[in-house]
Design a protein around this ligand. Structure first.
Ligand SMILES: NC(=O)C1=CN([C@@H]2O[C@H](COP(=O)(O)OP(=O)(O)OC[C@H]3O[C@@H](n4cnc5c(N)ncnc54)[C@H](OP(=O)(O)O)[C@@H]3O)[C@@H](O)[C@H]2O)C=CC1
Ligand SMILES: O=C(CO)COP(=O)(O)O
Length: 326
């Protein structure tokens, strides 16, 4: 018997809708909260979200745009894009009457403040219990009940474990952790690295280059994570290496797809959120402020900002001095 019976998901995009489905499958009472009344009305009427086409929404899920209604739940999941998480939690905080777990489901780092998602939650809703959910999980796979495993971290192990009990099912297996920082670093950094690997694939650099770039990407993700206090096991777990493998190998990833288009010299897919685009500049600012070398992420940031061409960035990476593997 879980202590968390009701769940509300804030943000009715692809991921929020998939997570609402997950919570319903786990037997929770679920509210899905869209920011826009019209959008909520359309999903409620059609029982399908255009951002997750072809996946029928269970009739048990209440769809609303009223934050006050959502705020009554025992657990809140925030599934907006990372740069909108503070605004969403600020608005939600006005309606919170008890110290409930607020789980960040976005993958990114806040611009300007350089804050990770749970730090943003702690600031915007000081009486909440921040947590993070991240790992290899495409919304479409999750919503279609294909088997998925993720990591769910909170500072308090009992809370993390209770949240896993509340959301887990045979086809959605969350593993609990107290390494909040490790989990959020993996989710944020892998998106930037997936753009790099997408570019290499788009440039037809070959399967060996794809494997090498993914591995060297992991080396810099792990270097960054360890310097910021993350545990090595977390970085090599679902939310780090696991999600990196997924997003660096599949065009189903919007970040990989963005890289692929850039590498081919095509226009990026329109209207698709690729979080790595906004994470890249803030990730390298943070890394440079801590003297952490992240050459692959730096190359991605330079290409996205127009400071480097793709060919110059590739050549820059390939002509770095030889060194010991670490
Ligand atoms: N899609 C996936 O497979 C996965 C995504 N994620 C992460 O989840 C996050 C969201 O991605 P995803 O759902 O795919 O993106 P989508 O583009 O599908 O949807 C984003 C949603 O957030 C809503 N939104 C934006 N700002 C606010 C706000 N202030 N309050 C409430 N809602 C808001 C948008 O509303 P509107 O419709 O009104 O614009 C939109 O519905 C990202 O950080 C992503 O990395 C994590 C794992 C898997
Ligand atoms: O985070 C994801 C899978 O774990 C989704 O990846 P994209 O945002 O690149 O589509």
């Amino acid at each position: 018997m879980t202590s968390f019976q009701s769940v509300a998901v804030i943000g009715a995009g692809a991921w929020g809708t998939a997570l609402a489905t997950v919570a319903a499958r786990a037997g929770r009472t679920v509210t899905l909260c869209a920011r826009n009344t019209e959008h909520a009305g359309r999903i409620a009427a059609s029982r399908e979200n255009p951002r997750l086409p072809g996946v029928p929404l269970s009739h048990d899920i209440v769809v609303t745009s009223e934050l006050a209604l959502a705020a009554r739940a025992d657990v809140l999941l925030i599934a907006t894009p990372a740069q909108h998480l503070r605004g969403a939690v600020n608005a939600l905080g006005l309606h919170l009457t008890k110290p409930v777990p607020v789980i960040a489901c976005a993958k990114g780092i806040e611009h300007g403040t350089h804050k990770f998602m749970t730090d943003v939650i702690a600031e915007a809703a000081p009486h909440s219990l921040p947590a993070i959910l991240s790992g290899p999980s495409f919304a479409d796979d999750v919503a279609r009940s294909l088997p998925t495993a993720v990591t769910l971290a909170a500072k308090d192990e009992q809370i993390a474990s209770a949240l896993v009990q509340a959301l887990g099912s045979p086809t959605f297996r969350p593993y609990h952790s107290t390494d909040v920082r490790g989990v959020e670093i993996g989710g944020a950094a892998k998106n930037v690295l997936a753009i790099a690997v997408g570019i290499a694939v788009g440039r037809k650099l070959g399967a060996s280059a794809q494997a090498a770039l993914t591995t060297r990407g992991f080396a810099e993700l792990a270097r960054f994570g360890r310097a910021l206090g993350a545990r090595s096991e977390t970085l090599a777990g679902l939310s780090g290496l696991g999600d990196l493998i997924l997003t660096c190998s599949s065009p189903q990833s919007r970040n990989f797809a963005l890289g692929l288009a850039l590498g081919r010299g095509e226009a990026p897919p329109a209207g698709k959120l690729a979080e790595g685009e906004s994470t890249a500049p803030v990730l390298i600012e943070l890394a440079s402020s801590q003297n952490i070398e992240m050459p692959v992420s730096e190359a991605v940031a330079a290409i996205l900002s127009g400071k480097s061409t793709i060919d110059a960035a590739i050549s820059g990476l390939l002509t770095r001095p030889f060194k010991a593997e670490e």
